[in-house]
Design a protein around this ligand. Sequence first.
Ligand SMILES: Nc1ncnc2c1ncn2[C@@H]1O[C@H](COP(=O)(O)OP(=O)(O)OP(=O)(O)O)[C@@H](O)[C@H]1O
Length: 278
Amino acid sequence: MANIIEVKHLSYKYGEEQQPALKDVSFDVHAGEWLAIVGHNGSGKSTLAKSLDGLLPFTEGTVTVDGVQLTPETVWDVRSKIGMIFQNPDNQFVGATVEDDVAFGLENRQTPRSAMLPRVKAALAEVGMAEFAQREPSSLSGGQKQRVALAGIVAIAPEILILDEATSMLDPQGRSDMLALVRQLRERQHLTVISITHDIDEAAGADRILVIDDGQLIEEAQPATIFARGEGLVEMGLDLPFTAKLKQALQQRGITPPAGYQTTAEMEEWLWQSLSNT
Ligand SMILES: Nc1ncnc2c1ncn2[C@@H]1O[C@H](COP(=O)(O)OP(=O)(O)OP(=O)(O)O)[C@@H](O)[C@H]1O
């Protein structure tokens, strides 16, 4: 698979801080993949995401997005390829109505007005928010706000979507609805997704996981490899997955669960088989 992002030896230090927030980070993102970035609070995940979008002017290293190297001259070109959704939906609304808000990204890209409205309508329909077009964004639930943010991304159709803990303020249902929607959009629009998360289910759905610790990239592996570690996940800033908790409970009752990582569906299957054999 071709690389859509290439990061080489990236370091970043905030103003007068003694320690850099990112230290010599290098990795590639393949076109179309879902990459999760995990790590403790303060490990540098958001700094990394903002560096990719040119929001932080790093001084060491290079970032290349879809063949364009990020520099002060190319920053708008690079930004047009990336959509970002942040943790707190309230901080990202600019429009007085949902429709205005979704149109904002198009206005910034000088889209002609005649083309704007149909695209806004289509984007809202895509995320199931068509009937909320005239509502004030502040009157929506957290999950609805993140859907509107996603509609804003759909409208500008970037190649890459970065979710910076975008599901962390949602309830479990809102979280899984949002992830399902991102998965659909990814397939339909061939998006590359980078999700920064502490949520195990979000990380489990990724093709690959990067682990950041103290500003350094310490590991790059598939979810199954990382999740096989059980307790070690907590050290990486992740919650234990449901299946790992279930396995612990089974072990405490003298039942030996299968080794390695299983999804919830695989554990369910294993439990059915074990029960029908007893
Ligand atoms: N604006 C800033 N000025 C100075 N230091 C900052 C600033 N933003 C972040 N930092 C520091 O940089 C380091 C990395 O922060 P960053 O927000 O990237 O971590 P994170 O992994 O995204 O954390 P979290 O999971 O809590 O969101 C931390 O030590 C943090 O205190």
